[in-house]
Design a protein around this ligand. Sequence first.
Ligand code: IFM
Length: 863
Amino acid sequence: MSPARTDEGRTAHAWTWTYDGFDPERERLREALCTLGNGYFATRGAASETSEGPSHSPGTYAAGCYNRLTSSVAGRRVENEDMVNLPNWLPLRYRVRPEGQRPGPWLSPGGPELVEHGQTLDLRHGTLTRRSLYAVGEGGGRRLRVEQRRLVHMGEPHLAAQRTSFTAEGWAGEVEVEAAIDGDVRNTGVERYADLANLHLTRWRTGAGAAAGGGASTGSAAARSDTVWLSCRTLSSHIRIALAARTRVAGLHGTASRHGAASRTRLTDRQAVQTLTIPVASGGTVSVDKTVALYTSHDPAISGPLTAATEAVRRAPDFPRLLASHQRAWERIWRRAALDVPGESGTILRLHLFHVLQTLSPHTAGLDAGVPARGLHGEAYRGHVFWDELFVLPYLNLHFPEVSRALLRYRYRRLPAACRAARDAGRAGAMYPWQSGSDGREESQELHLNPRSGRWLPDHSRLQHHVGSAVAYNVWQYAEASGDTEYLYGEGAETLIQIARFWADSAVWDPSLERYRVRGVVGPDEYHDGYPDSSVPGLDDNTYTNVTAAWVLTRARELGRALPPARRRELFERLGLDPAEPDRWDDIAHRLHVPYHDGVISQFDGYADLGELDWDRYRKQYGDIRRLDRILEAEGDSVNRYKASKQADVLMLGHLFPPRELAGLFRQLGHRLDDESWRATIDYYLPRTSHGSTLSALVSAWVLARARRDEAWAYAEEALVGDVADIQGGTTAEGIHLGAMAGTLDFVQRCLTGLEARGDGLRLDPAPLPQLSKFRVGIRYRHHWDVDLRIRAQRIRVAVPESAEDPVRVVIGDSESTVPPGTARWLDLPGDGVSRARVRRRRPPGRPRDRRAPGPPGSSDTD
Ligand code: IFM
């Protein structure tokens, strides 16, 4: 990987990311990449010493915690729902008073006293350690060394903590520490949203000590307490939020003053502050531990968020014990997410995995939350849920199926809203929103700002109805990988059928074409939201939309037939489904229109009539043309006039469907799609794509890995460095790109292995790239908890853990093997003929020999 493409100030080792120096220009990017979270909430890796400012965007976000506000822009009133930036629990600032001197200034990495600074994100242990050295006091040679270790607890989802250690070098005196919970926060993390209302919190209350009766303790009890709290609520969603913070000198319990340290609290209407003054000897170190609990009224099994938060910090163990249990929780998570890829690619993939798991962890399984496109790492896209789960669930299905199921349940709970949306649009079934938030209504903005022209423009992205097919695809994929028929026959079937009904009702018969058509949509590309000069938004027959709709209709019919008769009857009755409907789905699924031009599949009907863009000219003039739409609009032109796509659109089909299945789908629709015509399609669209979305490089790498292997790496590399090098120019600072991050994991897991986890076994069709040819993934396949796949140049090793389950059937090309539990096999990849299995039983100590029939004869496993 070219070092030039990564952040200069950082060095990465297998499990650590270290950033040297304090760089105000990159601080917000590092805040996003150093976010700590546990799937319930996450906190950006912001400095604790300073609050918001041009180079800081502290943010704490809880999954599924949204609020709606109305703003005035461009003379219109617009409503937006945002994932709320919650009160900031990080603040902890300090200054020193060497003996015989006055207190110095409050110190912070941006201040003139800073001598050295660095921070390390430790992925294995889930901690962020920040180290600073300051020049202090009058006269030279005096230093304060500060080390702060922070965690958001992976085992106890409501807890977070940070230990800050101060070492006096060349002086003795006092360190004054001010630790606060700051409720005076707004959603200000995205500059483009600056004109929009951003104050989501109200009714702040602060207090100290236990929150008996919910009131603030005052007087001497409060002054002596080591705990402060703040509660508030969101303005329109009325979610109650409470944070409590316990700040202590490490190792001291009871009143700090008994040990020479003094403690005070100060409560204002939006801040609860605790001040400690701690004596320190020359060369000595003192540490301050801040332990925080966060609850909201969404949480189950609590009497109220404030009581829950104050109780939780009261009970919380000290920092070393919290750290130990946090690390043990991460160990358990890492065991379920094994992915070993050598080299820098592996290091980046581990970072991606870390952030995916911090956004969507087993704790998410207990929540009513979807997949936020930008993680819980920033405010871009307002924490909304798009189709990006299409890139996330296939990864999770094979590690944390319970999390996938909960994320599908987020969609199921909003099925009534999707059905209402369809009804309001005059259609049957379920029309899922392009952007979803709290209640499942359409959250896409009506206007968006082009920062280049300063103009607010109509936003038609809500016409991306293909999001429904993404939901359906995930229902199916989850069920295939997990074997969870209870889900599939229950919520899954209902979701899938309602989405199919929407497509069936959207398809309009065109007698002149003798085809069904789906009109007035926007495809994944997003640049094209209408025909040039048309006053009506939307396009006809977006191929991706039509082909995926055909797939949904086919699966829905198949599932309808497969349901146990009693369940079929029950569901069909409840949905008022005419028994003839599935036959109509079948008809449509065979006769949806797929437009072609110049021998290739058209992105949509009429694409052929668009002009060619002078790509070289634009590249020369603007350098980065990822946001060609904004460039052209600022020039008074429109991207709708050109054969220019923002991201993979037709090519997305190659991401969703293995070649065999895609060819079958086209056959079903009356077209022939062979390797040659698919390659021609790739060759046609790649040079006409600006890759203005991080998903685009990923999808391009995916399809090239199967069609033009030599060209795949350049795109894979782009997808890998997308966030760490912030190649979209500033967007990562506003939140990571969760779809692309998870997509790169799935690229290794499913694309390079050709893995399909089906009911009848694992199908493998490896296509490793020279740069990614040796790796290991551990997956959960149905009841087999840790199936280990190791890819080498010409072979693949499949190891199935010991259990009482059936052997795993493995299909590679035309060759079929079974791998019994407790055994491992090396299978040869096609190229030199039939797959040959070699087996060695791994007998655990104490386990009797030959409990099962041995596999086919072969030499022993050499790895
Ligand atoms: O869903 C994506 C879309 O495909 C491209 N723009 C950003 C969205 C959210 O990640």
